[in-house]
Ligand binder design. Structure first.
Ligand SMILES: Cc1cc2nc3c(=O)[nH]c(=O)nc-3n(C[C@H](O)[C@H](O)[C@H](O)COP(=O)(O)O)c2cc1C
Length: 139
């Protein structure tokens, strides 16, 4: 099974989560500016919320890579309980890409809010999420 991990980050929060997931998936975590080199069965895709939406780079990534993606497992960080996952689900639907049954979100630091998040506990949960998605996909 071919797996890739891509993330979009402005201040490094989502990158931390991406790296934890990539450890479990056994592939590198790479920025969304790097196109997929080949078709992948499963893409872990990480994003954050900025003004209640995902970064424009995520939209560009879908436009450029959608045909190569078999399934998306979405993860993200945000300062509020809201999540980028809903935005990713909508984009995936628009491009005809199925989603994994589980997603992951945690708080990400934003100025003085949620300092030090994601923390070790968040990263532990992110690793567990990755393990669950892989187990479900292989089942
Ligand atoms: C310009 C800007 C706008 C933001 N808007 C939101 C928002 O609408 N909702 C939210 O929950 N968090 C918002 N945040 C907080 C980020 O989603 C949060 O800090 C996230 O962890 C950043 O991830 P990153 O470091 O991977 O870019 C905003 C942050 C910035 C800098």
């Amino acid at each position: 099974m071919k797996i890739a991990v891509r993330y979009c980050t402005r201040s490094g929060n989502t990158e931390k989560v991406a790296k934890a997931i990539a450890e479990v998936a056994g592939v590198p975590a790479e920025d969304v500016s790097k196109p997929l080199e080949e078709d992948v069965d499963l893409l872990f895709l990480g994003a954050s919320l900025y003004g209640m939406d995902v970064d424009k780079r995520i939209y560009a990534f879908f436009d450029e890579n959608a045909k190569k993606i078999g399934k998306i497992a979405s993860f993200g960080t945000a300062a509020s309980p809201a999540s980028s996952v809903g935005r990713i689900e909508k984009l995936a639907e628009e491009h005809g890409i199925p989603m994994a049954s589980t997603s992951f979100r945690c708080y990400g630091s934003f100025g003085m809010i949620h300092k030090d998040r994601p923390n070790e506990e968040d990263l532990k949960e992110a690793r567990a999420f990755a393990g669950q998605v892989l187990a479900d996909t292989n089942a």
